[in-house]
Ligand binder design. Sequence first.
Ligand code: NAD
Length: 431
Amino acid sequence: MITKDIQLPVKKNEKGMVANVLEQFNKAADHINLNPNIRRILNVTNNEIIIHFPVKMDNGDVEIFTGYRVQHNNALGPYKGGLRYHETVDIDAAKALAMWMTWKTSLAGLPYGGAKGGIQINPKLYSQSELERITRRFTYALGDNIGPEHDIPAPDVNTNAQTMAWIADTYMSTKGPSERSTYQHVVTGKPVGSGGIEGRDRSTGYGVFLTIKLWAEKRNVNLKGKTFIVQGFGNVGYWASHFMEQEGAILVGVQDAFSSIYKSEGIEVKQLQAYVTNNEGSIKNFANSEAIEKEEFFALACDIIIPAALGNQITEHNAASIKANLIAEGANGPTNVEGEAILLANGIEIIPDILCNSGGVIGSYFEWLQNRNGELWHMDEVILKLEKVLKESFNKVYDYSISEGVDMRTAAFSIAIQRIEKAYIQRGIFP
Ligand code: NAD
């Protein structure tokens, strides 16, 4: 059910990501018979910030950039979510991704709401010093629309620990000298040494792997010798592949923004990572593998697919060709509603994004606590705590899906929405 007061921004000829996340939301809301007033609140975003800002380029010219920050809901705590630097960033993408963040943080039991944003930009076209000025000027323009107890960004596609260090430094520089250091947790995913926490770099990919392992245990599947393919070989794709390989699974195919490669005997993760690092982040022309057509990728023979790039990748156009038994959604929104219906009808299971990639925001929460409490956490502690939270989330979702007879995504959304519904009912609506 879509209430009358929401207008879905649907792109020409193509259903947008907002329509997709709202369909997922409304399916679960129907299932739990969500209070209609709360459904109305959650159907829309609280704040949508669009900023045009000028930056001086290396050649002295000034370029105007457009940045976005969408804050969906903060019933459970400060807004939380990544910043993406990509040409596909627009208000619709930011809205959809912000909504997914609300469900993700709620499902993980964190004291956060959901937000997302970024800049519509191809970062490969800019020098490092230009990217620094773009990031700092965007942060300055956002001003107190972000803040350590209000809205806490983190890395996403094409942003990393360096980006977060620039944001933290810029934001802190706008505060008085005596209080500056108390604002360090305005972003998470910072470099270790500048307020970052050990293990945050791998926490999303480790979580992707762990949810696959937990699924395999429930299904009596041994991951040793199982084949998998990964779309996106960045932070999430690399670390997920690393831990899968450590468990004995075999990486047979990789796709990134530049190329698609296949090798039935297995691609060595470390070797590919070293190659990508020295090849401007691209897998293109990696030796010892066969280059394949982009369209053939998801149809490759394998047991598990890990989409770890962008949204709307598995759709009604390619879902029927998929041979894997499991899709583990490292990316946000990689499977659209139509694609999912085909997968489920074919008996293919999906570990939904809001569970599968939630290791990242859980790691971010630990970093936030570390900064807030003036503590220093170590890797073993971080991984142990991450495992505990993820196992609890996974078991909750899995058990709910069995007991209620629903797919894992509907189960995850139902649990997440119920937690927010409870908070609203306890507090009521001001005034
Ligand atoms: P990243 O920038 O480190 O890597 C992105 C990868 O995707 C690169 O290999 C890039 O080449 C590839 N890619 C980009 N466009 C593509 C296309 N059209 N087709 C195929 N591949 C393409 O980004 P990341 O941080 O690894 O994020 C990947 C996904 O995981 C995103 O959907 C993000 O929202 C999600 N995610 C990230 C985190 C995190 O902690 N970084 C947490 C949760 C979810």
